[in-house]
Design a protein around this ligand. Structure first.
Ligand SMILES: [Zn+2]
Length: 105
């Protein structure tokens, strides 16, 4: 699914139509969160770098058959930033799409 990068739509803060920048929220960029004992933190500490089998700090274990994903598409999560007031509003309902891309325009 392709979407334009800039779109003219209603801004509830300006109470009129303005040109708004479309940006995509993406999740799961990093492995785990920055919780205590998380692998992401351990990596920042310097663990899991180097050669060979890294064990606990290495790659993720194989996904079990019962843990496999059932859904092949995700709902999009877009944010619209107003060019006049600079406020951002999230889209209300996401549409299902395999991949969301923002077109340059
Ligand atoms: Zn606005």
């Amino acid at each position: 699914m392709k979407k334009p990068k800039k779109v003219r739509r209603y801004c509830p803060y300006c109470k009129k139509h303005t040109i708004q920048k479309v940006s995509l929220y993406s999740s799961m960029k990093h492995r785990g969160t920055l919780k205590w004992g998380s692998i992401e933190r351990a990596k920042k500490r310097g663990r899991g770098v180097g050669k060979g089998n890294l064990g606990r700090w290495g790659s993720k274990p194989a996904v079990g058959k019962w843990k496999r994903k059932t859904k092949t598409t995700k709902k999009t999560n877009l944010a619209y930033t107003c060019s006049v007031c600079g406020k951002t509003k999230q889209q209300k309902k996401g549409k299902r799409a395999g991949k969301m891309m923002l077109e340059q325009k």
